[in-house]
Design a protein around this ligand. Structure first.
Ligand code: TRP
Length: 504
């Protein structure tokens, strides 16, 4: 009987799970969202979202993974037969997420290099859009590859596939054991530098000053839930997959708490660093902080480079900053790529070598062919929204609904309680129900919004919404078709036994 590989140590698993969670989403998405949605007042909905959605769902995914021991399709099949399609759907979402996430890492890699000479000069915005991305007018015009992005992207994929080829202990766990401490040191240095800049205090003020008047807006609550969801890497089967490599006796609830808190701390740290820097820039240029902040890629690749060019020691800070983006990104993308690989291995019994060749390599090629082109950043935005606006949220909702309708929640709670430091019960069900409602609401709000903007000023269907729906439709169709095709195919024997000497 085959034995399933397990994490070498408890710390190894925690680092990998935290490494998945701490990513580009923490460093740039969080500060921008917090600022946009009420500064210090955002922290309350954010905290509520962590407690009511983040931790309960994290625990749900851990428990499904540890109990049913497989990538999402096998795990869902064992959880509730017909739910297997959800696992394949998550596999497709993971595919799309990983293929564009790699590109942002490739951008950061380029910028780490540019930083050494502050290559963007006076006008960082023009440099980013025109010289670096060479963005095309027409979002559907493929071709015109950017050599710098292409080369970095090939390097990123080579590294990711290399890590995956090492398996769990000598691949994912080792990579995280190297990257996470490095990330903490690099990022800590940046934050210290940022806090010693003139004007830092004004930046922190802008970040933390609560706009309590806005706390009743639904939008803010949806944004907080969305941020927590993306940031903790839930909804996509990543945590089911990671937990499937746990030993059966591994503790779960305290682990979820540790991962959730590490992720939130890192997020706050990033917010503090970013806003200290913005405060400096505002003091320099006399522009109000509010006019400096753009949300999304603009902050990392435009605002920040502009500041670096004016800051004493900016070149060094730039190298450190963009390197930390790369490192944080690598530990996250590894957790996305593992989903399709583990899905096929555990459902069809393929070897890692075979999944790498037949799934990992084509995935890399798709990423390399689509995104380094001149319309790549348009594609990236559209696919990003398909994934973060719908894919993750719907998959997370489906996970809750499947576990509930199959009547498996009590069994899962008992499974978690079997080894956990603290027991879960009714409060956990209530949180899952609440989360399900918030997720359904978010999807409805996004759909309404898109419906309103469906046709551009020229009366043509917006091409980006079209791409968005194609990506969403393909993912769902893939899940449905695979669920149907596999319905009679028996699962490979469940791996049994655990390495005898693993007693940490
Ligand atoms: N949490 C990561 C970030 O903050 C992104 C991420 C990694 C992710 N794996 C995921 C998001 C799985 C959703 C699902 O950047």
């Amino acid at each position: 009987m085959r034995t399933r590989e397990t994490w070498g140590t408890r710390a190894g698993f925690i680092m990998a799970a935290a490494g998945s969670a701490i990513g580009l989403g923490n460093i740039w998405r969080f500060p921008g969202e917090a600022y946009q949605f009420g500064g210090g007042a955002f922290l309350l909905p954010y905290l509520v979202a962590i407690l009511t959605a983040g931790l309960p769902l994290l625990l749900l995914e851990y428990t499904i993974g540890r109990r049913h021991r497989g990538g999402p399709p096998a795990a869902f099949r064992r959880l509730a037969g017909p739910a297997e399609g959800i696992g394949w759907w998550q596999t497709a979402v993971a595919f799309f997420l990983a293929t564009f996430y790699a590109v942002i890492i490739a951008w950061a890699l380029n910028y780490a290099w540019f930083s050494a000479s502050l290559a963007w000069g006076e006008d960082a915005a023009a440099f980013f859009g025109e010289d670096f991305l060479g963005v095309s007018e027409d979002p559907l015009r493929f071709g015109h590859y950017r050599p710098g992005i292409l080369a970095a992207l090939v390097a990123v994929w080579a590294l990711v596939l290399l890590i995956m080829s090492g398996g769990i202990r000598r691949g994912v766990e080792l990579a995280n054991k190297i990257c996470i401490p490095l990330l903490v040191v690099l990022f800590g240095a940046i934050v210290v530098r940022a806090l010693t800049l003139d004007g830092a205090a004004a930046g922190l003020d802008a970040f933390f000053t609560p706009q309590w008047g806005r706390i009743g807006e639904v939008e803010i609550w949806l944004a907080a839930y969305g941020q927590v969801f993306f940031s903790l890497s839930i909804g996509m089967g990543t945590m089911i997959t990671y937990a499937s490599y746990l030993r059966r006796g591994a503790e779960l609830s305290n682990t979820a708490l540790t991962v959730g808190l590490s992720n939130a701390s890192f997020e706050l740290l990033a917010g503090i660093g970013v806003f200290a820097v913005l405060g400096f820039m505002s003091a320099r240029s006399g522009t109000a902080i509010g006019d400096l902040v753009e949300v999304g890629g603009g902050v990392a690749f435009v605002t920040f480079p502009t500041v670096l060019a004016q800051m004493p020691g900016g070149a060094l800070v730039g190298v450190l900053f963009f390197s930390s983006l790369v490192i944080a990104g690598i530990t996250s993308i590894v957790s996305m790529v593992i989903v399709p690989l583990a899905s096929v291995e555990d459902r069809l019994g393929w070897s890692r070598r075979r999944t790498l060749a037949l799934i990992g390599v084509p995935m890399a090629l798709f990423s390399i062919l689509v995104y380094p082109a001149a319309n790549g950043s348009h594609m990236l935005d559209a696919v990003d929204f398909a994934v973060s606006g719908y894919g993750l949220i719907l998959c997370g909702l489906a996970t809750i609904v499947a576990a509930f309708t199959a009547g498996r929640l009590p069994a899962l709670a008992a499974e978690a309680n079997r080894t956990s430091v603290f027991r879960i019960g009714r409060a956990w069900y209530a949180c899952l129900a609440l989360t399900g409602a918030v997720l359904a609401w978010t999807v409805a709000a996004n759909l309404l919004d898109q419906g309103r903007n469906l046709y551009g000023e020229d009366g043509e269907l917006d091409p980006l919404i079209l791409v968005n729906w194609v990506v969403g439709g393909v993912s769902i169709a893939f899940g449905a078709v695979m669920g149907f095709v596999m319905r009679r195919r028996p699962l490979p024997a469940e791996p049994r036994g655990e390495p005898a000497l693993d007693l940490d």
